[in-house]
Ligand binder design. Structure first.
Ligand code: ADP
Length: 401
């Protein structure tokens, strides 16, 4: 039986169509696999870079977000159905205005949108994010249709930037204050020398009584002490920074050292009209760096005068479990709980009042001296009630030297 040409053509067309469909199917599945692979790579890149994607449909005002973005924002994907308000409610109120105007401006000027802002994924948790995106427009009318982009977590970078910024500001402030601190006693010394010279030239007899000379010498000594202390602090800071902070350990009685320091300090305390009381003390023999511990005690005493509102200063020395505890207590302005850690960092100062100015190095140096003895320094303070600084030292430290 002969097959008609029509039937043959039909068979050929069917075979050809099937082959085309098969090839098309192959091509599609290759494309699908490629797309799947790119999606997986994108997911991996997004996860590695702690990034997410977002896409605002400007017609419906809904936002599709990747699961990474929802995770970053602390949103459960099951509770999220594109509501823009859910996202906006998590943006820091101070940043919301900036965010809206940046998006508007990017849409208007057909430019890239880029903004760093803060979000609250959960109550009390703040994150910094960087968002970048751009608008898609209808080709003829240039009507904005979608606004989409990526978002990533930059909290760690922001924290480092803030720390660096604070350190730079503290250093700038340090130079200003150090200049001021050096200039004040130098100007006073200069003035006093001029007055002495004038008295001498004019043979002014009253200026040279033993009492006047003694009072003058005391003042000059105080100005010189202030300058020396400042220079010592600056030099110590440099040796700590460069890890060249050498200690000389020797065996001595801490009780003797405390009494010697208080004796040295008597004149300064009298000049400031402050009473210093050694409440209790014990004979404790140990191995420490005598000069450095004197420095710590003097720093604490100076601070107790500066910030003590002329209240009496109590000093205590006691033994406890192989350690020795040395404390200096005032009843002055006190330190806020939030500042009680940072005051031990370099250049950190809390008070801004002119008459209590320091350069923010005393406690930093003291902490490093105590650490080099394998000890610790603690503060207990209440605003308006005063502060107590306690140095805890092992009696025979295995030193860090
Ligand atoms: P400074 O030279 O500025 O006194 P310190 O490192 O000794 O530097 O102290 C750092 C800061 O800690 C001070 O600026 C001050 O704000 C605070 N401070 C230190 N001691 C006391 C204290 N006894 N009472 C209140 N504040 C204190």
């Amino acid at each position: 039986m002969m097959t008609s040409p029509i039937v043959v053509s039909c068979i050929l067309v069917t075979v050809a169509s099937a082959a085309t469909a098969w090839l098309y199917h192959k091509k599609l599945s290759r494309q699908y696999n490629k797309l799947k692979q790119s999606r997986e790579s994108l997911d991996f890149a997004l996860q590695s870079g702690r990034m997410g994607t977002w896409d605002i449909n400007l017609e419906t005002d809904t936002v599709s977000c990747s699961k990474e973005m929802l995770e970053l924002w602390g949103i459960n994907p099951e509770d999220y159905h594109g509501q823009r308000s859910i996202l906006q409610n998590k943006v820091h109120p101070d940043d919301l205005g900036r965010m809206r105007s940046s998006i508007d401006s990017s849409i208007k000027h057909e430019s890239i949108y880029e903004l760093e802002y803060r979000i609250f994924p959960s109550p009390g948790l703040q994150r910094w994010v960087l968002s970048r995106g751009r608008c898609t427009y209808e080709s003829h009318s240039r009507r904005p249709i979608r606004f989409s982009g990526i978002i990533c977590d930059i909290t760690d970078r922001k924290i480092r930037e803030e720390e660096l910024d604070r350190a730079m500001k503290a250093r700038d402030q340090f130079f200003q204050i150090a200049g001021h601190e050096l200039k004040t006693p130098l100007t006073c010394l200069q003035l006093q020398l001029q007055v002495n010279q004038w008295d001498l030239q004019n043979a002014y007899p009253d200026a040279f009584t033993p009492e006047k000379i003694e009072a003058n010498l005391l003042k000059q000594q105080q100005h010189l002490n202030r300058i020396t202390r400042l220079i010592d602090h600056i030099l110590d800071e440099a040796t700590i920074s460069e890890k060249r902070f050498f200690m000389q350990f020797e065996k001595f009685n801490l009780n003797d050292m405390v009494k010697d320091v208080l004796e040295q300090f008597r004149v300064t305390a009298q000049a400031a009209s402050v009473e210093v009381i050694l409440i209790s003390s014990e004979n404790v023999e140990g191995t420490w760096d005598r000069f450095r511990l004197e420095q710590v005690l003097l720093n604490l005493l100076m601070n107790a005068i500066r910030y003590g509102n002329k209240s009496p200063i109590s000093v205590k020395l006691s033994k406890d479990n192989g350690n020795v505890l040395l404390s200096v207590q005032d009843r002055g302005i006190g330190i806020k709980p939030k500042d009680q850690t940072r005051i031990f960092e370099r250049f950190e100062r809390v008070s801004d009042e002119d008459d209590t100015r320091g350069i923010g190095l005393g406690l930093f140096i003291s902490k490093n001296i105590v650490l080099a003895h394998n000890g610790e320094i603690r503060v207990h303070s209440e605003m308006g009630k005063g502060s107590e600084f306690t140095v805890i030292l092992p009696i025979h430290p295995e030193t860090n030297q």
